[in-house]
Write a protein that binds this ligand. Structure first.
Ligand code: F0G
Length: 368
């Protein structure tokens, strides 16, 4: 029988705070591919998979949380939503607000979000304000707006967002038949590492469902959570907030993560780690994914892969394990980085005359 993926709320309704009566706002998010990463597996001697979150409706993992946040906003009778963002949250909020028929305002750090993300928010009709400050300043203002003005906050400080994002872990377990040994991902505002850990924990024990009684455990174990931050924006590595975060990976250019405590708990309870990778390592991993695995991600999304490669080089990645890396956003969000070579020069597409011999010559082909 025909079956279409119904979005994360309907697929995992029994494990989310919704009821039959909930009016679900969805664009069909989730159900993203878990791609076997052949070259990373060869490199590490473990079986490595990529959870390709760029395949969500707005091109990032944020849609998993936004379907829940926007559903909650409608349920609360909100007329307008607000968020701070390094770009992906704003793109997602704008799209889901449109689907919900709500107004949307987004606050982004001036000059520090990619063109793709900026264009998404504008295309979906959000009111986009560029704040003369960084993401942390934007979030501070968005929180205050939510407290003192009639707008509903859809950042991941809203627990509905984390509820939606935990479904990423469910999908990994459903695809593999059990939890992986290690789960690797980039860390910025730290909502996603918190959400995955919540999902893995809930799937590994009996679960008290609001609608379906006690559900049995689905997995036999939980993974070690390995988070990676950009070196210039690595508050968890420093052990304190960073006032002037800086990295080319604008998605994770965050100095004062909102989900600090839950991320630290995810790291420590899981026996995991949160470490840093340099911008150069991020761009190398970005290039590795596109040129060796066939998966195009945005730079921030490559931080997890950069971390795994770095840990492997240091002899700190076990062999014979199952490792999942969430690659969080699509390469088309921020395509300029693909048009740069490893030495920093621009890639110039070759122009040729409009005839087959010239094209064959340029390709180095001899006639048959
Ligand atoms: N990867 C991408 C592509 C992101 O956009 C983000 C966060 C992260 C990773 C980090 O996830 O914040 O849950 O630790 N982007 C937010 C935004 C901050 O506004 O789009 P996190």
């Amino acid at each position: 029988m025909a079956h279409q993926w119904r979005g994360v709320i309907r697929e995992y309704a029994e494990r989310l705070p919704v009821t039959e009566a909930t009016k679900v706002i969805t664009l069909g998010e989730g159900g993203t591919p878990l791609v076997h990463a052949e070259k990373l597996s060869e490199l590490t001697g473990s079986v490595v998979y990529l959870k390709v979150e760029g395949m969500n409706p707005t091109g990032s993992f944020k849609d998993r949380g936004m379907t829940m946040a926007m559903t909650a906003a409608v349920e609360a009778g909100a007329k307008a939503v607000v968020c701070a963002s390094t770009g992906n949250t704003s793109a997602s909020a704008a799209a889901y607000a449109t689907a919900a028929g709500l107004k949307c305002a987004v606050l982004v750090p001036e000059g520090k979000i990619s063109m793709g993300k900026l264009s998404q928010a504008i295309a979906h009709g959000a009111t986009l304000l560029q704040v003369d400050g960084n993401f942390d300043n934007c979030l501070d203002i968005a929180r205050k707006l939510g407290e003192s003005y009639p707008v509903f906050l859809v950042n991941s400080v809203n627990p509905a967002r984390i509820q939606g994002q935990k479904t990423g872990a469910f999908e990994v377990v459903d695809a593999l038949g059990d939890a992986p040994d290690i789960h690797v991902l980039p860390v910025g505002n730290a909502g996603n590492i918190s959400a995955y850990w919540k999902g893995y924990k809930e799937y590994s024990a009996p679960f008290e469902s609001g609608t379906a009684g006690t559900l049995p455990a689905v997995s036999t174990k939980t993974p070690a959570m390995w988070g990676f931050q950009a070196a210039g924006a690595a508050p968890f590595v420093a052990g304190h907030p960073i006032t002037e975060p800086d990295t080319i990976a604008t998605a994770i250019r965050i100095g004062n993560p909102a989900s600090w405590d839950t991320a630290v708990a995810a790291r420590d309870e899981s026996g995991g780690l949160i470490e840093a990778v340099t911008d150069e390592e991020i761009l190398d991993a970005h290039r590795w994914l596109s040129s060796k695995e066939g998966v195009f991600v945005e730079p921030g999304s490559a931080a997890g892969v950069a971390g795994l490669i770095k840990k492997h080089a240091a002899g700190q990645v076990p062999t014979g394990k199952t490792i999942v890396i969430t690659v969080t956003g699509h390469g088309l969000k921020d395509p300029q980085w693909a048009l740069r070579t490893a030495d920093g020069s621009d890639v110039q597409p070759v122009s040729v005359p409009n005839d087959v011999v010239s094209v064959a010559n340029e390709l180095g082909l001899d006639a048959k």
